[in-house]
Design a protein around this ligand. Structure first.
Ligand code: N01
Length: 529
């Protein structure tokens, strides 16, 4: 079948891309491997899974009736509510007729003779399309470490990102969780409620701030909805694309007194969520400022965890915000429970999994249920697992062998008419991702419209623009604390992956302005034919 745009993935990115591209008269089709729309929120259904950006901000802004009529029940929506929202959007905008579920893209090759993409899916069907939009999500390829003996484990092995749909009853079980990132931090308190024993294997202690979740305040909802468009516009001028109600302190962290600093941090701690990182504008760029914020959180951990030695083991030592901050409900307090044990595997890595537990530091730890909260092969994982080839048959995996070359985070030299949503080289990971999606999709729609109006068939990043962009991404990262820890932003969580800083840390407004300027300049840095 011949179509204008094939969209890979029916998460929030794919759904909006379909709606928008259709609205400008293009024949678009979504191919989705899962049996449902919803992407991340279909796959990640472990206990406690919920968004870490407030739902009034983590939601679509493109349609005023939608944002007015949809009501979120909580400040931070849970996974089931987010999935209902994705389904509502699919129905409301009549998207399902152009979505093929249970259809995994296995191959996509650019045919230079016809300037078309040839796509093959796992059911043997083939498709031809002028453009491809990859809406595969930066965090959709689960990372399962190659622990020796994993297959020998006698009980269930669960991964946070591939949770059984029927749920898991941990009642009376001896459970192990490997990992202490966002997924683990959300699930650990809830697993501890049910399990007989819970053992957490920690490689790096995490910074977690309280979500202070609860029912959505009706007054706040009414206030925001009274001028939702204005609220969204103000958010789009914020570094992270959200949080416009709370400006950072006017002065740098170290220019205020210790008392004032503490009061500012405390106020943000009480508000909850990411607001702590926005208490001062220099938290992620100034080492001393960062250290002050980090020490504030360590003080909180020492206040919550009663055993001082255990509290110290839970205190992170890397810069705060360097790995994505975790937003929790009762995480540190869970370690006060007598049936919960913390095992450090940072210095003494997990050696092997046995039928009844695992060995680390020369000692066997027993349990009957194993949960891997070990994260994702971020950004590049979803695309390098597709047989995706550009000009000259070059596989994307080869192109990205030393890191994900790209221009504006949207395009890759040698891969004409292919657009990536919220991929490497864009600010997606540091923003409310739906805001990032809308900006990307609108830019892509304009770009295709411009190309078609010009009578040209292909557009692709020039190698020169791509090289300069990647240099810029690295330069921006070097001004921040981000390179100073082992995060998925750097690919450092995946053995053998090149250590390259992948997202752009410039802030959303600077990035969006740059994308707009490129378009205004006739798609400067792109080659058209
Ligand atoms: O994954 P992670 P995640 N041996 O990579 C550990 C989003 N998200 O699924 O830190 C032992 O953060 C690893 O250790 P270390 C959010 O953007 C959002 O939790 O690499 N341990 C780490 O502790 C988030 O950042 C929400 O040393 C091993 C953990 O596993 C992103 O997804 C909720 C190991 C993985 O943490 C990823 O979060 C959930 C090994 N071999 C996720 N390998 C919201 O709140 C890995 N680890 C919306």
């Amino acid at each position: 079948m011949r179509i204008d745009v094939l969209i890979v993935g029916a998460g929030f990115g794919g759904l909006y891309a379909l709606h928008k591209l259709r609205s400008i008269g293009l024949r678009a089709l979504v191919l989705e491997a899962a049996p449902s729309v919803g992407g991340t929120w279909w796959a990640n259904r472990y206990p406690g899974a919920r968004v870490d950006i407030q739902s009034l901000e983590y939601s679509y802004s493109f349609d005023e009736p939608l944002q007015q009529q949809w009501h979120w029940s909580e400040r931070y929506a849970s996974q089931p509510e987010l999935l209902r929202y994705a389904n509502h959007v699919a129905d409301r905008f009549d998207l399902r007729r152009d979505i093929c579920l249970n259809t995994r893209v296995e191959q996509a090759h650019f045919d230079e003779a016809t300037a078309l993409w040839r796509v093959r899916t796992d059911d043997g069907r083939t498709w031809r399309a002028r453009f491809i939009v990859t809406a595969v999500g930066p965090l959709s390829t689960p990372n399962t470490p190659a622990f020796p003996g994993l297959d020998s484990f006698a009980g269930p092995v669960l991964h946070s990102a591939r949770w059984p749909h029927e749920g898991v009853d941990f009642g009376g079980r001896d459970v192990a969780v490997i990992g202490t990132g966002s997924s683990a931090v959300q699930m650990i308190p809830l697993i501890a409620e049910r399990a007989r024993t819970l053992t957490v294997f920690q490689r790096t202690a995490a910074y977690a701030v309280p979500a202070r979740n609860g029912p959505l305040d009706p007054e706040r909802e009414a206030r925001i909805k009274a001028d939702y468009a204005g609220f969204r516009a103000r958010n789009r001028r914020m570094r992270a694309g959200f949080g416009c109600e709370l400006a950072p302190h006017a002065l740098p962290t170290m220019q205020v007194s210790a008392e004032e600093r503490q009061a500012q941090f405390e106020q943000r701690w009480q508000i909850g969520g990411f607001s702590l990182l926005g208490a001062f504008a220099d938290t992620l760029t100034d080492a001393r400022a960062n250290q002050a914020c980090a020490e504030f959180v360590r003080g909180k951990i020492r206040g919550i965890v009663r055993d001082p030695a255990l509290a110290e083991r839970l205190c992170p030592t890397h810069p705060i915000g360097c790995k994505r901050l975790c937003v929790d409900t009762g995480y540190y307090d869970t370690y006060n429970r007598s049936h919960v044990t913390l095992v450090d595997v940072g210095g003494t890595p997990i050696e092997r999994i046995t039928p009844r537990g695992l060995v680390a530091g020369g000692r066997e730890h027993g349990f009957d249920t194993l949960v891997l909260a070990t994260g994702f092969d971020a950004f590049t994982g979803p695309l390098t697992r597709i047989d995706l080839r550009g000009r000259g048959g070059l596989p994307i995996a080869d192109k990205w062998r030393d890191g994900p070359l790209n221009y504006l985070g949207l395009a890759v030299a040698g891969f004409p008419n292919l657009f990536n949503l919220v991929g490497p080289g864009s600010t997606s990971a540091f923003t409310s991702v739906i805001t990032a999606i809308e900006q990307h999709v609108d830019w892509i729609a304009d770009c295709i419209g411009w190309l078609d109006a010009s009578g040209r068939r292909t557009i692709e990043a020039s190698a020169d623009a791509e090289a300069r962009w990647v240099q810029w991404v690295n330069h921006v990262a070097e001004q921040t604390v981000y390179p100073h820890c082992n995060s998925w932003y750097l690919g450092a969580n995946i053995p053998g992956k090149p250590r390259v800083f992948m997202p752009l840390a410039s802030g959303f407004p600077a990035y969006a302005d740059r994308c707009a300027a490129v378009a205004r300049d006739g798609y400067a840095g792109f080659v058209t034919r």
